[in-house]
Design a protein around this ligand. Structure first.
Ligand code: ZN
Length: 671
């Protein structure tokens, strides 16, 4: 019998036949698909005909159809509906997939064909998209080290292997330090803590086999403890333990690992011909150079530091009123900020929630997409991998555009967070394929299901990514939808969050679950104001981390990263009562792998653009300005990675973004 994953899918819109697939089908399907893909790649590499676009790049784009099917089905269920069998499969699949893709990127015969095409690119008659795909394919090979020979090649392989090991150790050490430390609380130590914190502390205690509540270093416990506990002595103990993770000496210390990682990254970049790692890393980003990243961060830094300074003064006075003298410390900030929040913007979540019904918020996200892009959504009744999943056919003027799937509720089998993925990406080559896009969230179930304001923003955020996939209109899959630079990919999603805040959208869709009344204006104002609370602190802790990350990788690798970190903080005048959001021994974004190394700035880069892009609507006819919406689709949502991000943004906006809109949005300068 044919494996149902590999067979032709005779289903509506060729959605994976989840009800016919069992967990035993995954491993054999993956093996068959990997072998088939490798055979296709070897056939391309060994082709004796002169390389041309179709027999090399086109053939690579078309290869791996079976592998795409297996991976899309498997990673959908492994993330959103796992079980012990699927976890075991995932552990087996990771090294297999890593070896598979590394074998392709180090295939010298294949690289020679790509390099030959690249050298002759001006004589080939290519479409703009084909030129782009050729450039990206060639660059991908070169950056992976395919052009290196002899000793350099061997050294590159060794460096990559060592960096992978260091990254794993860094993560494990951090986890070990987080697990190790806890502080028992007596009944009187619970003073001031809300029920949810006490509950979490008790649950953590029983997990540690302690009879009673404990504070642990998990973010979900330590942060509310620092926010709510009036016990300054306990806050200090807990904060110091939290700040010391990965720097406690002994076997789990991450400081040496950080130093070695930075050295090896520098060597890797230099083997590839770059001055340093930041130059290598930023080459493929919209920012392009360390100078531009630094310029952005420093423009945000000064107003953020000024705001944080003013906030620190207010809170120092509050502390003195409590009879405590001396400076405000890092373990005081969250406590006094919370007191202030309560006094200035008390917003009762319980009162707000009935206005944010999940079903109405889904309708709101669809209605905005209808007004902006003319999309229509009709429910689809098809079997998916879990009964909580819902599906819609997305059409425009009666023509099929995509299938959209929403899997909104939290459950034990789902990993935390929220994400968007394409179960099938849009492409026209080798044949037309319409996208199938899924949003996965972790909202609490209920009847009706009600959201917090953060949840509602998450829903709009993920739907913004979904639009980037669904409206994609390119030929080649490798540049489709969200296949764009890391510092550009959050633009459509963060931008879409702005429509949730449009008063007419909330007036229509934020209606009370029982009375049907729209959200009162006063409540809406409070929600919007509370979103900017303590932004000086949040911006300072983030920007400080981003600057340290940048300076680590721009220039010679520091012999002692902790010394370098101290120098950078000294130079920018880091306020003493604010810690970095991620200090070096805990900076997993940068040291657990190299995804965000010298790229931690990218969250803010995207935010600069989303604030500026929404301002473009406001400057035109308002949030639903038809011309702006058309430009957004034409130049950003439909174009995937077919052009440089900067060109796309310029085509949409006519100019590059400044930081003003972001500073206003964060309340760091007057609106
Ligand atoms: Zn996102």
């Amino acid at each position: 019998m044919t494996n149902p994953i590999l067979a032709a899918w005779q289903t509506p819109f060729e959605i994976a036949p989840f009800d016919a697939i069992s967990d035993d089908d995954f491993a054999p399907a993956l093996d068959t698909a990997l072998t088939a893909h490798l055979e296709q790649i070897e056939a391309i590499a060994d082709n004796t005909e002169t390389p041309d676009f179709d027999n090399t790049i086109g053939a690579m784009e078309a290869a791996g159809e079976a592998l795409d099917k297996v991976l899309s089905v498997f990673f959908t269920v492994a993330g959103a509906d796992s079980n012990p069998k699927r976890e075991e499969l995932q552990r087996d699949f990771s090294p297999k997939l890593a070896a598979h893709f590394s074998a392709i990127s180090s295939n010298k015969a294949l690289f020679r064909r790509v390099a030959d095409l690249w050298a002759r690119k001006d004589e080939l008659t290519l479409t703009p998209e084909q030129s782009r795909v050729l450039m990206l394919t060639h660059r991908g090979f070169v950056r992976a080290g395919a052009a290196l020979e002899g000793e350099d090649d061997t050294r590159m392989q060794d460096i990559k292997a060592r960096l992978a090991t260091l990254g794993t150790s860094f993560t494990q050490n951090l986890l070990a330090d987080e697990r190790e430390w806890f502080m028992e609380l007596s009944d009187s130590d619970l003073e001031g803590l809300p029920d949810f914190v006490v509950g979490a502390a008790r649950a953590a205690g029983s997990e540690k086999d302690v009879d009673g509540p404990v504070v642990t270093l998990s973010r979900s416990i330590i942060v509310p403890f620092l926010q709510f506990s009036p016990r300054r002595d306990l806050r200090e103990l807990a904060y110091k333990a939290w700040a010391a993770r990965g720097a406690n000496g002994g076997e789990t210390d991450n400081r040496e690992i950080a130093a070695e990682t930075l050295k090896l990254r520098e060597e890797r970049a230099q083997l590839l011909g770059y001055d340093n790692f930041a130059a290598y890393k930023l080459e493929t980003e919209m920012a392009r150079t360390p100078e531009r990243v630094r310029e952005l961060l420093m423009q945000v830094w000064e107003p953020a530091r000024a705001q944080a300074g003013a906030d620190a003064e207010t809170m120092t006075q509050m502390m003195q009123a409590d009879g405590i003298n001396g400076p405000l410390e890092a373990w005081d900030w969250r406590y006094y900020a919370e007191k202030r929040r309560k006094a200035e913007h008390d917003l009762d979540e319980a009162e707000l929630k009935p206005y944010l019904q999940l079903d109405r918020m889904i309708e709101a996200s669809f209605a905005c997409a209808n007004r902006l892009f003319g999309l229509d959504f009709a429910p689809l009744d098809i079997p998916l991998y879990h009964e909580d999943c819902r599906a819609w056919e997305v059409t425009r003027n009666g023509k099929h555009v995509a299938v959209f799937i929403g899997d909104y509720f939290a459950r034990g089998s789902k990993r935390s967070g929220a994400w968007c993925s394409a179960m099938r990406a849009q492409a026209k080559f080798p044949k037309e394929q319409a996208p199938i896009v899924i949003n996965v969230c972790n909202f609490a179930k209920g009847d009706p299901a009600l959201l917090s304001y953060d949840d509602a923003r998450t829903l709009f955020h993920e739907f913004g990514h979904a639009l980037h996939q669904m409206l994609s209109n390119v030929t080649y899959e490798s540049i489709s939808g969200t296949s764009v630079a890391r510092d550009f990919v959050e633009l459509p999603s963060q931008l879409y969050e702005h429509w949730l805040e449009v008063p007419e959208v909330l007036a229509e869709f934020a209606t009370h679950a029982e009375t049907g009344a729209p959200m009162p204006q006063e409540m809406l104002d409070k929600v919007l104001k509370a979103a900017n609370f303590d932004m000086g602190f949040q911006t300072v802790e983030y920007v400080a981390s981003a600057l340290v990350d940048l300076e680590f990788h721009d220039g010679a690798a520091p012999a002692d990263p902790m010394v370098k970190q101290a120098e950078v903080l000294e130079q920018i005048g880091m306020p003493q009562a604010i810690g970095m959001r991620h200090a070096t021994p805990q900076f997993a974004h940068v040291f657990a792998g190299d995804g965000y190394s010298s790229a931690y700035y990218s969250y803010m880069w995207s935010e600069v653009m989303d604030a500026d892009a929404f301002a473009a609507f406001e400057e035109a006819g308002g949030a639903f300005d038809a011309e702006r919406a058309k430009a957004l689709e034409t130049h950003i949502l439909s174009t995937g990675g077919s052009r440089e991000a900067e060109e796309l943004y310029l085509a949409f906006r006519g100019k590059l973004p400044g930081v003003e809109a972001l500073l206003k949005g964060r309340g760091l300068i007057a609106a």
